[in-house]
Design a protein around this ligand. Structure first.
Ligand code: ADP
Length: 422
């Protein structure tokens, strides 16, 4: 592949896809890799590559080591600007992983400074005076306060980050951002002169993100959610390195169509109910799996004669009451794993039977299915609905995959998706 304009390390899979979609919308040809690729893996020509890790909740040392391996690969691919992508709710603990990973990346790149900005105004994540808001409440008053792995009880990103880093943390406040890119650059220069190594950036709107993107054009490493990346592609356009509107058309994929739903969130429930009205559907019962019944075999037998251009639906999606009942019998994690494994085996069976176009609902479910299918990378296409692009797998057989986080998509998403592949 040629020179890479933008190379990102992402700390989780769906977050990487979200970033990819942002870059595609800005006209970058974008590839998402699932982990650091094996030597010789043929990565197609692209403007941006995102290496998706699963490092968000790993022990610090592991997250650092994986991120450095990803960085190393991106550097060898000739990356111009590096990015570290984390969650818009800054999911981390007092030990890390955001701070330690960012510091390790800085050190490896030979730079003593980077910026931090998880804001995503479209999704109502904003940063003001260094405080992260989720909707109209502080991070610490949002549901993130009770997150099982990374509870966020302090809304001040300056304090949260300072606990995780050796280098000094500072702030570029909204008033400076309002004043424009030149003012932000001056503020950053002043912070650096004062010995600050990490600057939290305020932003309340996409306009602020555009200003910040312009101000960060020359930083070797930028860190943030997907929002902070919004303003960066324009720098490459200004520098004559990227043509606008170029994008990447996905290769045509022919084969049977299917939808696999393992998400139980409200949007997916409505989407399953909607598709069932007009399409063949097969329900997967976690308790039958737990009893040892051959659910995979039954599902594939059911699917057999029904496979074709018209998508079929296989789902474990159930109401909150039904899910609680299953979880109280099997345990939450065990129920989740059983269903994920079953859906993954079904996905493999469907592909063996000629399915090539697949919509998967659920973040964890998507990760499991893509892993079981041995997918190593994805080309990112146009969005079906906000945050959910069509993708085409790299390698053989070529699959068209739409991987939907639980609460995304309109009610007719499952059927609509197959009409808009590009
Ligand atoms: P979302 O993106 O909506 O959170 P995920 O796939 O990430 O969806 O998570 C859904 C979890 O619920 C998965 O672990 C899945 O295996 C599990 N699950 C799916 N269906 C059921 C069910 N009927 N009962 C219990 N757990 C289920």
């Amino acid at each position: 592949m040629g020179q890479l304009l933008f190379g990102a390390v992402a700390d989780d899979f769906t977050g990487a896809t979200d970033l990819a979609s942002t870059l595609v919308k800005a006209g970058m040809r974008t590839v998402q890799l699932l982990g650091v690729p094996r030597p010789g893996f043929p990565v197609p020509d692209a403007d941006a590559v995102i290496v998706a890790l699963k490092s968000r909740s790993n022990p610090v040392a592991e997250a650092v080591q994986q991120s450095l391996a990803a960085l190393d690969w991106l550097r060898k691919a000739g990356t111009r600007q590096f990015y570290f992508k984390y969650c818009s709710t800054f999911d981390s603990t007092p030990q890390g992983n955001i701070g330690p990973v960012a510091e390790a990346l800085c050190e490896s790149l030979g730079t003593d400074f980077t910026v931090f900005n998880p804001s995503f105004p479209t999704n109502k994540r904003t940063v003001y005076q260094g405080y992260l808001f989720v909707g109209d409440v502080l991070l610490s008053e949002s549901s993130m306060r009770h997150h099982p792995l990374t509870p966020m009880t302090d809304p001040s990103l300056v304090r949260v980050l300072q606990q995780q880093t050796r280098g000094k943390v500072g702030l570029v406040p909204a008033a400076v951002v309002e004043a424009g890119a030149e003012a932000v650059r001056a503020a950053i220069a002043k912070l650096r002169a004062d010995g600050v190594r990490h600057a939290v950036l305020d932003s309340l709107s996409d306009r602020h993100l555009a200003i910040l993107g312009e101000a960060c054009a020359d930083l070797p490493l930028v860190t943030g959610g997907s929002g902070m990346a919004m303003g960066l592609p324009a720098n490459f356009v200004r520098q004559g390195l990227l043509k606008t509107g170029q994008g990447m058309a996905l290769p045509a994929v022919a084969g049977h169509a299917a939808v696999l739903a393992g998400s139980c969130s409200a949007a997916t429930q409505a989407q399953v109910a909607n598709m069932k009205q007009t399409h063949d559907a097969f329900e997967i019962d976690p308790l039958s799996i737990a009893r040892g019944e051959d659910v995979v075999g039954k599902a594939l037998e059911w699917a057999g004669a029904r496979l074709g251009d018209r998508p079929i639906l296989l789902y474990s999606t159930a109401s909150p009451d039904a899910v609680s009942a299953v979880q109280s019998q099997l345990g939450r994690a065990h129920a989740g794993t059983l269903v994920e494994e079953t859906l993954s085996q079904i996905a493999k069976g469907l592909v063996a039977r000629g399915v090539r176009r697949l919509v998967v609902a659920g973040g964890e479910t998507s990760g499991a299915v893509v892993g079981a299918l041995g997918v190593e990378g994805l080309m990112i296409g146009a969005e079906i609905d906000p945050g959910v692009p069509w993708t085409a797998s790299l390698g053989e057989p070529r699959l068209a995959l739409a991987l939907k986080s639980g609460n995304f998509g309109t009610v007719d998403f499952f059927t609509k998706a197959f009409g808009v592949y590009r």
